[in-house]
Ligand binder design. Sequence first.
Ligand SMILES: [Zn+2]
Length: 148
Amino acid sequence: MSKAYCFYQNYREVRLLVIHCSATRYDRDFPVEALRSSHRARGFADIGYHFYITRDGVLHRCRPVNRIGAHAAGWNDRSIGICYEGGLDERGRPADTRTYAQRCTLMDLLRQLRRDYPEARILGHYQLSSYIRKACPCFDARKEYETL
Ligand SMILES: [Zn+2]
């Protein structure tokens, strides 16, 4: 696809690939339908992330990447939001609960997005700013993917 064609299709400049977790317990299901209704209840038109990866490793495409998401206030216009199911341990504490299947899918997706957006940096939600007082996505995404 040529750049001109991309512009015609509302191409937008993507500078950040932001990783999130659903902040749900790893031993409880939080399927894409539940995510959708929780985001709609918060007033979003649909799921705020572009991609959602469930524990079985399935990649759910929630928003086209050329559309602005609703996942990190202040950074939405120049970012893509990727969320994995989980992020809390059995007591509800922040933990890196990614399954092997989720790690594989996330790695494949990030490789693809780095090809599409070579300028984009990969960060975890909390790494966007020191003012963000969240554990999301409960692992050091910047470090893990710095060589990608
Ligand atoms: Zn987040």
